[in-house]
Design a protein around this ligand. Sequence first.
Ligand SMILES: Cc1cc2nc3c(=O)[nH]c(=O)nc-3n(C[C@H](O)[C@H](O)[C@H](O)COP(=O)(O)OP(=O)(O)OC[C@H]3O[C@@H](n4cnc5c(N)ncnc54)[C@H](O)[C@@H]3O)c2cc1C
Length: 386
Amino acid sequence: MAESTFDVVLIGAGSVGIPAAMSLAEAGLDVLVLDQAASPGQGSHKAAIGGVRATHSQPAKIQLCRRSLEIFSTWQATRGDDIQWTSGGYVFVAYREREARSLRELLSEQQDLGLSIRWLDAIDLLALVPGLNPEGLLGGTYSAEDGHCSTLLAGHAMAEAARRAGAIFRFGERVTGIASSGGRVTGVQTMSASYAAPNVINVAGAWARDVGKLVGENHAVHPDSHEAGITEPVAPFLQPLIVDVRPAAGSANCYFCQLADGQVIFCLTPDPPFPGFDCRETSAFLPQIAQRMIALMPRLASLRVRRTWRGLYPMTPDGAPLIGWSPQTEGYLAAIGMCGQGFMLGPGLGELLARMVVQSSLSGWDEQILKALSPYRSFGHVEALK
Ligand SMILES: Cc1cc2nc3c(=O)[nH]c(=O)nc-3n(C[C@H](O)[C@H](O)[C@H](O)COP(=O)(O)OP(=O)(O)OC[C@H]3O[C@@H](n4cnc5c(N)ncnc54)[C@H](O)[C@@H]3O)c2cc1C
């Protein structure tokens, strides 16, 4: 193999590109990962708070995230690195009938798909999460197998695993061209080099639309920004990741959990959204989320916040990813539009991408996932838990 020829080039070393590089290299392929940033995970990946759940409303995402959960939760036992996995579960709280109803409506389908999720009434929920404000609490869903881990440690561990399997990472290289001949991908160009490969995977996150344009695709991926923050570490008091989907002034929902090291990490979905690439922190975020979190869990009032940041969700019109080969340019594969769930989708999706590239026979579930998440679908149905 000439030094600049690979079986597959991944454009992006983020939540999807890193585990995909690992799975592709472990499948025996020569893999090159190119990223415009200086090191892995510098796009949206490092902004994520590390929540991992299989409890979605869409079967395709449920299947991908179930596999991701297996990979994250067994990582230390099977691979040795501590990624601070915590099997605390997810709790979606309900203080109003409308949230109680919509969460309960999803339960039977989620249970039919094998998810361990159930409804807890207010008394049982307070036993599980003693600090929750009991006033008006109707109950909530609890999915015990979900959890969270450190995005930084997990990304680092997977990038190292990819390297050990032979994947090559090149940083500070922005892809500026995708070469093709006779309707087939032949490689990529960056600002400083050219690389030949019969397979090119767009895993460029919030920047995926621009990358797609390099082969004449017009992917429906648009960034919007979300803020997050982290407190000082305190003694363990909170097991599950808490999600409150009630809208409030300036936000559509909020979610938070306590990391293995004791810090509380938190985030909200702004309403109206902030479209675009601006990642400067706002002065509105902290007062907004502090009010929400303290109303939900009064004991949080004494926590000191250490840092806030703002990162990008690569959004799609229906809240579900876009995954599939291009029908017009053979060898070009998109795995983009992860919205607020790219970290949790990444490892399961990485394995699916490897099966697609090595052309091993795809399972019935793989086929269903690819049909549901086709980049060329119509965007009628909106995912309930996006
Ligand atoms: C505040 C916040 C909290 C979140 N919390 C969670 C959570 O708890 N759980 C969860 O699952 N998700 C969460 N997310 C969402 C998650 O971060 C994203 O869905 C995910 O990181 C997207 O992964 P990606 O690989 O598609 O993109 P990225 O991780 O952004 O990777 C894309 C990479 O492509 C590179 N790139 C782009 N264009 C080019 C080019 N032309 N040439 C070379 N390189 C290029 C970029 O530099 C980048 O490194 C959160 C996001 C935010 C902002």
